[in-house]
Design a protein around this ligand. Structure first.
Ligand code: SF4
Length: 468
């Protein structure tokens, strides 16, 4: 988006008025692949009957089926893989149709133009790309290439620029953030990076997602505990708790080791919020394995949990494994596990935030709720954007008449909790930092940002339309 906007193109969320359509695809799992193909076919209709003159397919699906996309959907003019992002303009100008498949190597810099697709108070920064782990259910290493870290200074500069442009929270992402810096020769690279980012005064929280269990070091935990700006929050996908299933996944470890790790996290970082995700129905998962996972969930008492249903993906090693679990059983196991977690989550929220009914907590105000226009949404330190529960604010006006706005940091009082969310009210609004939005910002919007509901669709992998 940043590259085409810098070249003078105007971005539009309305496909019917675009001259160039770009579908940015995902193909991590079967469902994402289907959604991507549906989006391409939908956009192809605009080319047949609408204003569109060009249709470009970008992203992960291209890494898997670059020739087939062009053959099977004749309306597609060009394909741009994950390693060819910087060549998007050649595709837009008509000078590029398809490049031969090569291992993706693209990595963006702080000076790569970027259009923010999130509200400016909460920004993501990708600190590394690709992955070297051998998980048998995953084709990300094939789609995204080998693990490679962005330069330390480049990440710091981008974070500083985002903070000056209004970011209050930065979330570091990458397929394996805990390996950050290994390829640069850094020891405890993520801990070093977090320490540095924790010095940026404008920020309320810095958090990172997707820790790999055996890469979590004591140094990393100590660092999170030591800096008030580092969110006391860890998202560590565990995928399973049965030793046998984890071995078939080629991830290793077991539930007992994970429990010890979680205990260490809670001991080092009191009050830490923990999130994980699991896959149920992996080939060979027996009822006993599933019970083991259920027992683990009961014992681990994690704050947030996602459960994915296993599905075969072409090229993934697990596709060839025997003892497949039938779809009905997989879906039943997911429902059962989520039911267990729902009770845990309800109890966790009740206990964890009980004290906050008397005291107050810092929250980042997100804006009017999309589901209920009568309440506002906010998040606490233990809630990451988009994936966890939320804090709903029923009252955002102070006795002085001051009203909280999106991006404000507020003190809130919790009034109620349910299974996944909290309800509260604003009791104090922190002074707003002076607007420094235009100072040396190389990452800020270079083009108009589409409306919120479209932003969400872009962020979740739906098509971005470029009007040239
Ligand atoms: S660590 Fe994550 S991205 Fe890497 S192979 Fe495993 S599941 Fe895929």
């Amino acid at each position: 988006m940043g590259i085409v906007a810098r070249d003078g193109y105007e971005l539009t969320p309305r496909a019917e008025e675009a001259e160039v359509l770009v579908v940015n695809t995902c193909s991590f799992i079967e469902a994402a692949q289907k959604e991507s193909i549906d989006a391409i076919l939908e956009m192809a209709e605009h080319k047949k009957f609408g204003a569109a003159k060009k249709l470009i397919v970008a992203g992960c699906l291209v890494e898997r089926y670059r020739e087939q996309i062009l053959e099977q959907v004749p309306e597609v003019d060009a394909v741009v893989g994950t390693g060819e992002v910087e060549r998007i303009l050649e595709a837009v100008h008509g000078d590029l149709r398809v490049l031969p498949a090569q291992p993706p190597t693209f990595l963006y810099h702080h000076f790569t133009p970027r259009v923010m697709t999130t509200p400016k108070h909460a920004a993501y920064i990708k600190i590394a790309e690709g992955c070297d782990h051998p998980c048998t259910f995953c084709i990300i290493p094939e789609l995204r290439g080998k693990f490679r870290s962005r330069r330390f200074e480049s990440v710091v500069r981008e974070a500083e620029n985002l903070a000056r442009a209004g970011a209050r929270e930065i979330t570091l992402i990458g397929q394996d953030t805990t390996s950050y810096g290994e390829d640069l020769g850094l020891r405890d690279g993520l801990a070093q990076l977090l320490s540095k980012l924790a010095q940026i005064e404008e920020l309320l929280w810095v958090r990172f997602l997707y820790a790999y269990p055996n890469r979590v070091t004591q140094k990393l935990l100590d660092t999170i505990a030591a800096h008030p700006r580092l969110a006391k929050y860890i998202d560590m996908p565990l995928q399973h708790a049965s030793r046998k299933v984890l071995a078939r996944m080629k991830r290793g470890s077991n539930g007992d080791a994970f429990l010890r790790l979680l205990e260490g996290m809670r001991k080092t970082i009191p009050g830490v919020s923990l999130r994980t995700s699991f896959i149920v129905g992996f080939p060979g998962e027996t009822e006993k394995d599933f019970q083991e996972l259920g027992d683990f969930v009961v014992e681990a008492k994690l704050d947030w949990m996602g459960v994915f249903e296993y599905s075969d993906v072409d090229n993934a090693e697990s596709h060839a494994l025997d003892d497949k679990v039938d779809a009905g059983t997989i879906s039943d196991r997911r429902n059962r596990l989520m039911a267990v977690q729902k009770k845990i989550s309800r109890e966790n929220l009740r206990l964890k935030y009980r004290a906050a009914k008397r005291e107050t907590l810092l929250a980042l105000v997100e804006g009017l709720s999309k589901e209920n226009p009568l309440v506002w949404e906010a998040r606490l330190e233990g809630m990451a954007p988009e994936i966890d529960g939320k804090l709903y604010l029923t009252d955002i006006e102070l006795p002085s008449g001051e009203v909280a706005e999106a991006g404000d940091v507020a003190r809130v009082q919790i009034t109620k909790s349910d299974a996944y969310d909290l309800i509260g009210r604003v009791v104090e609004i922190r002074p707003r930092p002076a607007n420094r939005a235009n100072e040396n910002v190389s990452v800020a919007s270079a083009a108009p940002v589409p409306p919120a509901e479209k932003l969400h669709r872009i962020a979740t992998g739906a098509p971005l339309r470029v009007l040239g």
